[in-house]
Design a binder for this molecule. Structure first.
Ligand code: ZN
Length: 110
């Protein structure tokens, strides 16, 4: 998985599948408020370069969480299957939310 190290960045996001078959999209972001990282339960400071993990659920629906970069890389990415690099444009909030309106079986395979 060396090709995904150091990602996501401003041009590339990552996409993988969770054990439950949900899509997990990892998107680089700069925090505009204080977040708490689910990986270490520590704070992500305002202005920090971090990762938004946006889940698109197999049954439809979506939710997202803010992670430290290191925590996402060390704790989350190794749990995902079929992790690949995608262009950041593909992972815009609007696109993911419209994707989440359809259950997985009715989604275009892209
Ligand atoms: Zn963390």
């Amino acid at each position: 998985m060396s090709d995904v190290r150091g990602l996501p960045d401003s041009r590339h996001s990552l996409r993988g599948l969770t054990a439950e078959g949900d899509e997990a999209w990892l998107i680089r972001d700069i925090s505009r408020k204080l977040y708490r990282c689910p990986g270490c339960h520590g704070e992500i400071e305002i202005g920090a370069d971090h990762v938004v993990v946006h889940y698109v659920r197999r049954a439809g629906g979506s939710d997202h969480h803010h992670w430290h970069r290191d925590c996402a890389e060390e704790l989350l990415v190794p749990e995902l299957r079929r992790v690949s690099r995608v262009s950041a444009a593909e992972s815009s909030r609007g696109r993911l939310e419209s994707r989440a309106r359809r259950p997985a079986g009715r989604r275009a395979r892209r």
